[in-house]
Design a binder for this molecule. Sequence first.
Ligand SMILES: [Fe+2]
Ligand SMILES: [Fe+2]
Length: 301
Amino acid sequence: MTDQAQSPLPQPGELIVRRIPFEFPDDIAPHWKADEPQWSHMINGASLTMPYLEPFLIDSMRDALVHITDPDVREAAKGFMAQEGQHYRQHRRYNEMLKANGYPELAQVEDDMQKSYDRMRERRSLQFRMGYTAGFESMTLGVTSWLVNERLDLFRGADTRVSSFILWHMVEETEHKRVAFDVYQAACPGYLQRAFGVFTGSLHLMWYSRRGYVSMLKKDGLWYNLRSRMRLWRRVTQFGRHVVPFMARSLMPNHNPEHEPDPAWVREWINGYARASASETLPLIDTNSAQMAPPYAEPAR
Ligand SMILES: [Fe+2]
Ligand SMILES: [Fe+2]
């Protein structure tokens, strides 16, 4: 684990804890991709879950650490917890903006999530909770691949503050992609619970994300609109097409997330940020540019 203040160019697999002061002022529209409220709300719905999901992942990992002596796995687990801690704090601020900007009813979904995670903390074994954690992280790699590789379709012309925030989160998910798996294997190995976790970790999140975006689309008067529903289904179908192969591979007995290649754009983001972090500017992406290069990318020669 490296703190952002002391980072030269990071090595693959190195976890950097970046405390980026993303700003979410009230002038950010909840339809941050103005021509696609449906897609905007899919991301908003996912964001809504993060301050409930990610503390649960952190707590599960903290409990697992008690059973782990390997110093490398312990160090990586601490980096994972620090990164996820940054993620959910940023999402919580973003979600407060969403609720203040027209969607106070999201608080009900938040209450239900809090209860659901509290129940899992109380009732479920460490192996279940770490299986959930590793399973969720496997699905996340599919989401990362989708969002990064299809960024021109998904973020072009969108609010750079939201787009850059979401893609930063995806970059760090790539950095810690193997940690939950390694901790699971070290603390409470077993194929069946790990495979089960691919479903519990993914479907539980999808359910609450969906509740969030359905609530917002109802508020907008777009939920019972056929044209709107078809635009939503198009994005949901894309989500499935990109994510299901990652979930299927993670069900294999010999699966190791280390074997999933990192998108080249992610590496460029990491190196560009490391080169420029002394400037203390936000890593904003030009969402109107042709390639949507990572922030601080070196100009093409
Ligand atoms: Fe995260
Ligand atoms: Fe993660």
